[in-house]
Design a protein. Structure first.
Length: 144
């Protein structure tokens, strides 16, 4: 079985960060909540795009530029805004009983289970950055 590579390792291999920068972010993670990629961006070591490219490699999931999609209101209504905001998720489209969902943390099985419970659909995860998803949630759920 093949072992999932750590985000920091992927970023180091891609020469996006140095090992010492990853160590600094890991140390910072002990005091601050947040994902390693978010901390590396906040510390100015990498861009969101660098982190996203590494996450696509790590998770082997497709990236979706969520802000380029026009999502139907009935799809948006499948996931309550509170759930979308809390877990940084946006429903994308539904085909049969399969709901495509853009997620900041697509490997989180508990979140996927919660979405399944609420929507009664099987979930196909896609990945985007948390800021991209949060902007989409703001735009999609605050329509009037």
């Amino acid at each position: 079985m093949h072992k999932t590579q750590l985000l920091g390792e992927i970023l180091i291999e891609r020469n996006a960060v140095t090992p010492s920068q990853v160590e600094m972010a890991i140390e910072s993670q002990k005091n601050e909540k947040g994902y390693l990629g978010e901390l590396l961006v906040r510390m100015g070591f990498v861009t969101e795009r660098d982190v996203m490219a590494a996450l696509v490699v790590q998770c082997n999931l497709p990236y979706i530029a969520i802000d380029r999609y026009n999502i139907e209101q009935e799809i948006i209504d499948m996931i309550p805004s509170e759930l979308a905001s809390r877990h940084h998720i946006v429903p994308l489209e539904k085909v049969g009983d399969i709901l495509s969902v853009v997620m900041a943390d697509p490997l989180n099985v508990n979140v996927r289970d919660e979405i399944t419970e609420v929507t009664h659909c099987r979930i196909t995860p896609f990945i985007a950055t948390k800021p991209e998803i949060d902007r989409a949630i703001q735009k999609l759920y605050n329509r009037n």
